[in-house]
Write a protein that binds this ligand. Structure first.
Ligand SMILES: Nc1ncnc2c1ncn2[C@@H]1O[C@H](COP(=O)(O)OP(=O)(O)OP(=O)(O)O)[C@@H](O)[C@H]1O
Length: 337
């Protein structure tokens, strides 16, 4: 659906050359919600803006729905862009126009006859839950309502792709949740492919199917959100995950432990199958729980437990092998054997 190949975006500044995007290749599949995560300066905005050529890449290819955007001439690019909606952190509504006029403006830009615009705007307002705000001005709306108007405007011309640039970063947690639910609904009901950039891992956990992590202009890790949460490969990814699912244990507690401390990760349905209680029953081992949680990612459970195992060395080894055989992962994070 969206194919990014060997993309580079180099900025020339007075103090030198900056590699905003450094040789990034990514494939976003049709109908998925793809999240790009990274700290400030990682290159997320540069990459996102290259997808619709708001920024022209220095080199590389961007193909959307089979169309190589980097090769299109001005008018064809304008047409192609109508199929790529975009929303921003600060909404960018026109303050002198009403909600209705803000949305109708996008239809006018796409040459929709005036007679048809009213019906389409009303349809869109209904979809984003703002039918009663049709004639008010942006200044009379809350942040969440402004973002709903921006979403309606972005969807006006039936795009196949929606790009979201930190769309919830200016909103409180409850409003963020309602906007994320709206994006999920748009993805499911209209089959619109969504690419979002964020520095908030909870946004990705909430709605994305797959994700990439960026650092210094490069993609350092990518995969399904579930797999990345289950088995992060890089320290940066672990850091992002710990902002949502933290397993910090006070140093004093670690010191009190005599046996090995293990981190057990269960995927999918196994999370609910009582593996730990079976293990403790079958072997002469005592389990001392230090931390644990079951997270639901795309409605699939992911269980992570940290526990101290006490008992004879052989029994502990057998218990660890037993857990591994039950399709769980065991990582010894402090040896006590
Ligand atoms: N127009 C520009 N001119 C010069 N350098 C730029 C420009 N835009 C971005 N950069 C640089 O490119 C790098 C990536 O910036 P970018 O804004 O894409 O990162 P980001 O991950 O989106 O961060 P943020 O969330 O803070 O916007 C940074 O080093 C930034 O300073």
């Amino acid at each position: 659906m969206i194919s990014i190949q060997n993309l580079n975006k180099i900025y020339k500044t007075k103090s030198g050359v900056v590699n905003g995007v450094d040789n990034v290749s990514l494939e976003v599949k049709k109908g998925e919600i793809f999240g790009i995560v990274g700290y400030s300066g990682a290159g997320k905005s540069s990459l996102l803006r290259c997808i619709n050529l708001l920024e022209r890449p220095t080199s590389g290819r961007i193909t959307v729905d089979g169309l190589d955007l980097t090769k299109l001439r001005r008018e064809n690019l304008r047409q192609a862009r109508l199929k790529i909606g975009m929303i921003f952190q600060h909404f960018y509504l026109i303050s002198q126009k009403t909600v209705f006029e803000n949305i109708a403006f996008a239809l006018k830009a796409a040459n929709m006859p005036q007679a048809k615009r009213k019906k389409r705007v009303e349809e869109l307002l209904k979809m984003v839950g703002l039918a009663d705000k049709r004639d008010v001005y942006p200044s009379q709306l809350s942040g969440g309502q402004k973002q709903r108007v921006a979403i309606a405007r972005a969807l006006a011309n039936n795009p196949t792709v929606l790009l979201c640039d930190e769309a919830t970063s200016a909103l409180d947690p409850t409003t963020t949740k309602s906007i994320l639910n709206l994006l999920k609904k748009i993805n499911q009901e209209l089959n619109i492919t969504i690419v979002l950039i964020t520095h908030e891992m909870n946004v990705v956990k909430e709605i994305c199917h797959r994700m990439a992590i960026m650092q210094d202009g490069r993609v350092i890790e990518e995969g399904s959100v579930y797999e990345i949460f289950a088995k992060p490969q890089t320290d940066l990814t672990k850091e992002f995950i710990s902002s949502v699912v933290s397993f910090d244990i006070p140093e004093a507690i670690y010191k009190e432990c005599e046996g090995p401390i293990v981190k057990v990760t269960f995927r999918g349905t196994v999370a609910g199958e009582g593996v730990i209680s079976d293990t403790l029953q079958q072997f002469q081992v005592k389990g001392n729980f230090l931390h644990g949680s079951i997270e639901y990612i795309q409605d699939l459970p992911l269980g992570i437990f940290i526990m101290e195992l006490r008992g004879q060395k052989e029994e502990i080894h057998k218990a660890i092998s037993y857990i591994k055989n039950r399709e769980a992962e065991v990582e010894v994070i402090q040896h006590g054997l």
